[in-house]
Design a protein. Structure first.
Length: 262
């Protein structure tokens, strides 16, 4: 029961959506640095290619990319089919792709709901369903296949910013993750979510620039999340150490969601 075997992901095949940038990039590096074969996918083919070049320079695992526009259902189907053709199996699915939309309540557009819910929630279910046969190829009672859904603490609390569709989508994602855990657990596939706090990412860049010090002051640990924090959580959930964790929502936020404001 040594730590190397408990947290070992060497040789596992992992798909990380939105894996070229931000939190997804952090997660992808964690897997590659520990010997996994990682497929990253997003709309930005150039960013995917650049990320894979950087990841492959680590010299441990392998990184590949399949560009796909997750707003389009046919693109999700193509991604799943391409992964099946290349690997024929999948050990870990990390549903990370997401979008946000902020606008004052009285001006909040209907289009925001369609866009944010499609990517943050609807396509998570679509892609998970499509790759379930690939997950079943690797799933055993002792070493289940894993689904990790990247949620947010804004799906647990009411955010200060007017991001109505985003917070609702992440709350929905946390519950969808539990629903999947109940259904797919019977197929030896676990489903868990990470409720992430602030990390350095494109989505958070403007917020951290304008309110970084204020955000840090509200986090008991006094800092923004690091790549090791989110990658480590994923490695735990993907390895033998996390094999019996199913239906959990793990807060990776430095304690910000439980910090009293008054």
């Amino acid at each position: 029961m040594d730590s190397q075997s408990l947290f070992n992901v060497k040789g596992k095949v992992v798909l990380v959506t939105g894996g070229a940038k931000g939190i997804g990039r952090m997660i992808s590096e964690g897997y590659v640095a520990n010997g996994a074969t990682v497929y990253i996918s997003s709309r930005d083919a150039k960013a995917c290619e650049e990320a894979c070049n950087e990841l492959n320079a680590l010299g441990k695992g392998k990184a590949y990319w399949i560009a796909a526009d997750f707003y389009k259902e046919e693109e999700i189907k193509r991604l799943a089919a391409e992964l099946a053709k290349r690997e024929g199996k999948l050990h870990v699915l990390v549903n990370n792709s997401g979008s946000n939309w902020g606008a004052p309540y009285d001006e909040y557009p209907s289009a925001a709901w369609t866009r944010v819910l499609t990517l943050n929630l609807h396509r998570v279910f679509d892609l998970t369903k499509l790759v379930t046969p690939l997950l079943e190829k690797t799933a055993t009672p002792e070493d289940p296949a894993r689904i990790i859904n990247i949620g947010s603490i804004d799906g647990l609390r009411v955010p200060a910013l007017d991001t109505f569709a985003y917070s609702a989508s992440k709350a929905g994602l946390h519950h969808l993750s539990r629903h999947l855990a109940n259904h797919l657990g019977r197929r030896n596939i676990t489903s868990n979510s990470l409720a992430c706090g602030p990390f350095e990412s494109k989505m958070m860049a403007a917020t951290l620039k304008n309110f970084g010090d204020q955000i840090k002051s509200g986090i008991p640990l006094g800092r923004i999340g690091s790549p090791e924090d989110v990658a480590g959580s994923c490695l735990f959930l993907s390895s033998r150490a996390g094999a019996y964790v199913n239906g959990a929502t793990i807060r990776v936020d430095g304690g910000s969601s439980i910090s009293a404001k008054i």
